[in-house]
Design a binder for this molecule. Sequence first.
Ligand SMILES: C[S@@+](CC[C@H](N)C(=O)[O-])C[C@H]1O[C@@H](n2cnc3c(N)ncnc32)[C@H](O)[C@@H]1O
Ligand code: SF4
Length: 370
Amino acid sequence: MHVPYCRTRCGYCDFNTYTAAELGPGVSQASFAGDLVTEIDLVGEQWHPEAPVDTVFFGGGTPTMLPASDLVGVLDRIDEVFGLASDVEVTTEANPESVDYDYLAELRSGGFTRLSLGMQSASTAVLAALDRAHTPGRVQRVVAEARAAGFQRVSVDLIYGTPGESDDDWRDSLNAAVEAGVDHVSAYALTVEDGTAMAAAVRRGKLPVPDPDIAAARYEVADEILTGAGFEWYEISNWARPGQQCRHNLGYWDVDAQWWGFGPGAHGHVGDLRLVNVKHPKLYAEELAADRLPLAEYEVVSAEERRLERIMLSVRLRRGVSPWSDSARQVLEQLVAEGLMTRVGERFVLSRTGRLLADTATLRLAEADA
Ligand SMILES: C[S@@+](CC[C@H](N)C(=O)[O-])C[C@H]1O[C@@H](n2cnc3c(N)ncnc32)[C@H](O)[C@@H]1O
Ligand code: SF4
């Protein structure tokens, strides 16, 4: 469920999201949950998953810009139309300043099971460089409020490699996340995305280009601190306490998993089809008002694309890969000899160094029996 609204735009972010000023006339955030419900109804008339839905993820943008009752209403409709599994995992992303105890309690009693907070950093200077609205201590308070509201599963997103971030800032951020008591951490290297305010500042020389060697060193520190605190990596950028992996994330890295993406610009994967919705909330609302699915495009995934995706996605996971041919086995053994992979039983898994060079491993495996 993609909710394309944010109070302010962070300078590094190129996600499909709109502030009130960016949105333009003729469309309103207040009617957005109603649009999602209409889309769910329309999809339900044409497609039904083979089994009840076992994960739902509200992302954005900032889903928690909507009233909690809107999010719960959308979840209820998914249950009515598609059916939710009894152990369904329901996550929402949230900006730390956008939620409080009452809001979280309403989500929890409405069926949400997991919260993913955009912490990014524990440093005031780094948060300012990223244009974040919250102050460092806010995340710890929200984690405590989430626990009090009954959320057993809380994750934070962190960003490393922001210009001006020191080694100590990054260590402090990781330690603050661990001390806040979360069970899952996603840590992303800052990417300077074309078209963002940050890209313009880099182009004008006001900000340095992030240094990949610094990013690599920060990644190693993240793995060291999180592993030391009892977390395990399960995907290159994701660490969890045992049993707390995000089932929804794992679905995205399983080439055979199926999901429907609702909301403006959302992507889906159903059978052999990849589906993409129209991007702008106004066009999205207009399509639904005309009783049409708001699809922008779809494509049939070819067998070759599927082969490459299977390699790329499985390499990223701690589950690793098992050799599917003699030539793949040879490449995997060579990657072990070079220190990029380790062997775990019959499977081959990226080493810490290998995780910094996962694209190399993927390319070499893709060429193995091309
Ligand atoms: C699109 S945001 C949505 C969640 C929520 N609005 C927030 O910011 O907390 C999801 C995550 O993507 C990550 N992200 C977004 N843009 C990024 C960039 N340019 N480089 C690295 N990470 C980025 C941030 O860690 C963010 O928490
Ligand atoms: S990072 Fe999150 S809050 Fe910032 S603009 Fe992107 S979606 Fe919105």
